[in-house]
Design a protein around this ligand. Structure first.
Ligand code: 8DG
Ligand code: MG
Ligand code: MG
Length: 147
């Protein structure tokens, strides 16, 4: 059986920020299994980064972003993951959306086969292990919060 072609793929992931905390979920997927990661997924044909961010967040958490506030581009990183069970390479687009602190939006674990559940974590008390691409940024001192 022929193996699938190895190509870099584009991922869009979202820092959902509420006060000084960020939404993370423990992954069940083979890539980054049991590590804490942001909601996000693959950029689909024809999508803008913002559209992809809104869609993935809705599909995975049932939160609606982009209605009240803006969904902003933060940065992009190159993630070559050759030690994963399935070798992969992602160009990862990091977006940000601010969630109302007193808002009544409830986070749901809408894809329980892909994630153990979502929770808010204080930025200075992040859980471990963080998924590689996110861990790399945190260790480099990246700060996703607005000034
Ligand atoms: P989809 O079918 O919904 O498009 O994909 P998914 O099942 O939601 O894909 P995913 O694994 O959640 O995200 C796609 C890739 O994005 C993932 O395999 C690696 C890359 N990625 C990072 N950092 C992060 C992150 O913090 N969270 C998520 N979810 N993916 C990330 O490089
Ligand atoms: Mg997804
Ligand atoms: Mg995902």
């Amino acid at each position: 059986e022929a193996s699938p072609p190895q190509v870099p793929r584009v991922a869009v992931v979202v820092f959902l920020l509420k006060g000084r905390s960020v939404l993370l979920g423990r992954r069940r997927s083979s890539v980054g299994h049991s590590a804490f990661a942001l909601p996000g997924g693959h950029l689909e044909f024809g999508e803008s980064f913002e559209e992809c961010a809104v869609r993935e967040v809705r599909e995975e958490t049932a939160l609606e972003i982009g209605k009240g506030g803006k969904v902003e581009f933060l940065t992009v990183t190159n993630n070559v993951m050759l030690s994963e069970p399935k070798k992969c390479h992602y160009v990862t687009i990091f977006m940000r959306a601010l969630v109302d602190e007193g808002g009544e939006q409830v986070v749901q674990n809408a894809e329980p086969e892909k994630c153990d559940g979502w929770d808010w974590y204080e930025w200075d008390q992040l859980p471990h292990p963080l998924f590689g691409p996110l861990d790399k940024m945190v260790k480099a001192g990246f700060d996703p919060f607005p000034l």
